[in-house]
Design a binder for this molecule. Structure first.
Ligand SMILES: NC(=O)c1ccc[n+]([C@@H]2O[C@H](COP(=O)([O-])OP(=O)(O)OC[C@H]3O[C@@H](n4cnc5c(N)ncnc54)[C@H](OP(=O)(O)O)[C@@H]3O)[C@@H](O)[C@H]2O)c1
Length: 265
């Protein structure tokens, strides 16, 4: 069987990197993106050490141009570049996100809100359109949004982020409906807290955020999110428009349970 290829956005570090690792472990080819060429090259070099057959490649791309508008031309160029290399994408994983931290209703300019919406919804729509038109040719494909449980439950000073993730879910369902006839499945993974380099750098702060208090007394690692992505990419043949929450049970609580023990690295 021909080796399949996944494209994972924002995969130089953290969750995106773990998702790329999962596809490599499952013997898929992987294309990762990031905004900075040097960081992309560094991540590709590291990931290549885990790859036995097939390829890992990187592509530096920015969601927005210097005016903050979504750069549709760059997105098209990336897919044309892949076409020229005869690389066809089987799974598109939309992981990159503007976290929109600290955007406050009375203090932040409207442009801050728009930037988050642009990166998390408009750019992703743009990538989906370019990728799905190619998936339509082969009547096969899986598109996976890395969403967030903050699409449903708000946390302070993250209005734009919550709005963007909520919009992403609406978009995910509408895309699933419109693309189903081409056998393109569109689904979303909804993480709660994920252990990232931010946790490594400030364990005290992150382990004390109430979102980290979950029924399972733990937060997700990148590999947990990657397992959910892998399910949608590989075996969920009859699943589209679905949401898979991976948050240690965080969202089902009426109030956060104060843990007896702190989460361990
Ligand atoms: N971490 C969590 O606790 C958590 C919780 C729920 C959901 N999620 C979701 O899970 C996914 C991965 O989370 P993560 O914490 O692992 O992500 P992350 O490392 O903070 O960000 C992923 C990548 O997105 C790109 N990115 C960041 N800001 C950007 C911007 N303004 N414009 C364009 N690209 C930008 C960066 O890639 P480059 O700098 O290389 O371009 C970054 O490496 C995201 O979709 C996030 O919303 C995370």
């Amino acid at each position: 069987m021909e080796r399949k290829t996944a494209l994972v956005t924002g995969a130089c570090v953290n969750t995106g990197y773990a998702i790329a690792q999962k596809f490599i472990a499952e013997n898929w080819n992987v294309v990762i993106t990031g905004r900075d060429q040097a960081r992309v090259d560094e991540a590709v070099a590291k990931l290549s050490k885990e790859k036995k057959d097939g390829f890992v490649m990187g592509y530096a791309i920015s969601p927005t141009d210097k005016n903050g508008n979504v750069d549709e031309q760059s997105a098209e160029q990336m897919f044309v570049y892949l076409d020229e290399k005869n690389i066809s994408i089987d799974a598109l994983v939309l992981n990159a996100a503007h976290l929109g931290v600290g955007i406050k209703i009375f203090e932040s300019p409207l442009s801050d809100f728009v930037n988050v919406l642009n990166v998390n919804t408009v750019w992703n729509y743009c990538l989906v359109e370019k990728c799905a038109i190619r998936m339509r040719e082969k009547r096969d494909g899986s598109i996976i949004f890395i969403n967030s449980n903050t699409a449903y439950r708000a946390i302070p000073d993250r209005i734009a982020y919550s709005a963007s993730k909520g919009a992403q879910l609406g978009m995910m369902r509408a895309l699933a409906l419109d693309l189903g006839k081409y056998n393109i499945r569109v689904n979303a993974v909804l993480p709660g807290m994920i252990w990232t380099t931010r946790w490594d750098n400030d364990y005290e702060f992150y382990s004390n955020i109430p979102s980290a208090y979950t029924p399972l007394r733990d937060v997700a690692r990148g590999s947990d999110i990657a397992d959910g992505v892998w399910y949608f990419a590989s075996s969920a043949r009859n699943t589209t428009g679905a949401e898979l929450t991976i948050d240690g049970g965080n969202t089902i609580q009426l109030y956060p349970l104060i843990p007896d023990n702190k989460i361990k690295p």
